[in-house]
Design a protein around this ligand. Sequence first.
Ligand SMILES: [Zn+2]
Ligand SMILES: [Zn+2]
Length: 209
Amino acid sequence: MTAFEAIDAPESPSPTERALGAVGRREELIPASRAYCREAAREYGLDVAFSRLDWEVSTRAKRRAAAVKRPKIPDAEIGDPLDWASLAGDWADGTDPRRCTVSLTWAAYEAFDRAEWAATLRHELIHVEQFQRFGTTDHGAAFRERAEAVDAAVRCRPFADPKYVLRCSACGTVVGRRYRECAIVREPERYRSSCCEASVECSRSRDGE
Ligand SMILES: [Zn+2]
Ligand SMILES: [Zn+2]
């Protein structure tokens, strides 16, 4: 947590959202993300059955920050609520066709700031809501409307680029990259480059998109 946050300010994040920014180890990402999602579902009125939701953290390099893995339901269509009860009998392998998995990409968590990660989770919750209701999900008109309502992006930005680049002020060499705000980003003047023993300059890399 940064020291800058005014905990009681009206716009300050909730405890579960704050906890999203404090994940240090991979094992902590699922519990923190799940807790935030439960709260976000209540706050934004997302209709999600968490008892039918599985979670995983992917450590392979991916361009997608997160994804919902789900069974393919024949003839399912957005806008056409699925009769799950009639479907269960056809599901030969004994798995619950309603179960789906939210897959979180660790590298994206590291690259995103807390607000971006929270918005990413809300985006995935819309996919879960759609899947659990209709048996399928996409980024169509219904999704866009929902995304606007819960303040989530329709498309997530790629996360391969670091947020901050640190350069030696004397020779311009890149001496570091940071994916989130930290001490050296806040006060680069307190550091010296190893190449020239010169001051370090910090710039935001490709802010936004
Ligand atoms: Zn999506
Ligand atoms: Zn230098």
